[in-house]
Write a new protein. Structure first.
Length: 402
């Protein structure tokens, strides 16, 4: 049996401009996830760690960051676990490549004569790991954008010698018409199937995905820690086991959690909210520095409920990794008997509610979105509901802040 830990898209050194003061903490979470990946490789007594691109977020990194990575890889070197790295699109093997600037192999304690750490390059697109009875193919280009599919020349490739296992590594996108046309590196499922690999380790997509093409098992490991805070399927690496018994081969792929960022989506009924401080208190009870929380206020809200989303998010910022509060609730229509039609209040309410009913009927019949004149019935109905709410409050003698 051959045991592999497959990871990619670690993106060490990412800036996280959207996180403000939390940016450095998230960078540390990403490094902690990488360290946890090494821990897993040791605990599972794996044979190989595959890093399928974008280990670094860019080719501009301080030496200290490279040394921290090398120290983790050195732990694997000490246990004779091989590491194979293919550059990605963020740490591409161009003239300014971080893999040209620093000798990561040597820093990790691997020597030129051994295969304990291998950085694949255009000049060295494969490595035969004799101790593992495996050949690893990882085509690399000297530019970020590939001039052609990296799998083009691997169709039916032979000549791997006596190795039992043929494994591929690619950082790029499986072709999806209309979605991946502008990606830097693209290949097709037909090309995957033609390689004849036992396993293809992919990077570039930040969520775990697994499939087969022809007889080839392929998978994206996803990012071991969220790089962007909408990646609620990140946080994993893959344990891949390749086994041959009586001439029959089997490949199993298992997900393993290494990231710590958590995600939660909430829907809160506006009718259940007494006030803005009460909403803040409700969310505060979920405080967790590793949690990204996305709360939506839904339903029909009372006239007296005023929510200032910026204030709510600012009040909760220190309690979460990231918090987002959205108000998609609708102001209520008038309940009970209406004022007489010959009064200002009666005429105002009747006119707005009739127009709201007309717009909402158009939305339900035709679907949302602008009409040929550029008008959006759903948006206009929502605005009129809010105008109705404010008008009722003003007519009742309430002070209204706009």
């Amino acid at each position: 049996m051959l045991r592999i830990i497959h990871t990619a898209d670690v993106h060490l050194g990412a800036r996280h401009d959207d996180l403000g003061e939390q940016a450095s903490a998230q960078r540390e979470r990403q490094f902690a996830a990488f360290s946890a990946t090494v821990d897993l490789a040791l605990a599972e007594k794996s044979d190989i760690l595959l890093i399928a691109g974008d280990l670094f977020d860019s080719n501009v990194q301080p030496k200290r960051s490279v040394e921290r990575v090398a120290a983790q890889l050195q732990r694997l070197v000490g246990s004779k676990i091989r590491t194979v790295i293919v550059p990605g699109t963020h740490d591409s093997y161009d003239r300014a490549s971080i893999y040209r600037a620093y000798d990561l192999k040597t820093l990790a304690g691997s020597h030129p004569a051994d295969d304990l750490v291998t950085i694949l390059t255009p000049e060295r697109p494969s490595v035969h790991l004799k101790a593992c009875d495996a050949v690893i193919h990882g085509p690399v280009f000297p530019t970020k954008r590939a001039p052609y599919s990296p799998l083009r020349d691997l169709a039916g490739a032979a000549g791997d010698g006596p190795a039992t296992w043929r494994i591929g590594m690619v950082h790029g996108s499986v072709a999806i018409p209309g979605k991946t046309d502008r990606d830097d590196v693209v290949f097709t499922t037909e090309e995957i199937g033609a390689t004849g690999f036992d396993y293809l380790a992919l990077g570039h997509w930040h969520s775990v995905q697994q499939s087969r093409a022809g007889g080839v098992t392929y998978a994206y490991a996803g990012a071991p820690e969220a790089v962007a805070l909408d990646q609620d399927r990140a946080g994993k690496v893959l344990l891949v086991e390749l086994e041959e018994v009586d001439g029959r081969r089997s490949i199993t792929v298992q997900e393993r959690q290494v990231g710590t960022t958590k995600f939660e989506k909430l829907e809160i009924d506006a009718a259940s909210i007494d006030s803005q401080p009460a909403l803040i208190a409700t969310l505060e009870r979920k405080a967790d520095p590793d949690l990204v929380i996305d709360a939506r206020v839904v339903g029909v809200r009372p006239d007296e409920l005023d929510l200032h989303l910026d204030e709510i998010e600012a009040a909760l910022a220190a309690s979460f990794l990231k918090v987002r509060v959205r108000d998609v609730s609708l102001p209520a229509l008038t309940e009970g008997a209406l004022p007489p039609v010959d009064t200002i209040a009666g005429a105002f309410i009747r006119e707005l509610e009739a127009r709201i009913a007309e717009l909402e009927a158009a939305t339900s019949t035709d679907g949302s979105g602008p009409d040929p004149a550029g008008r959006d019935p759903a948006a206009e109905a929502a605005e009129l509901r809010d105008a109705l709410r404010l008008g009722r409050l003003l007519l009742a003698g309430h002070e209204v802040s706009l």
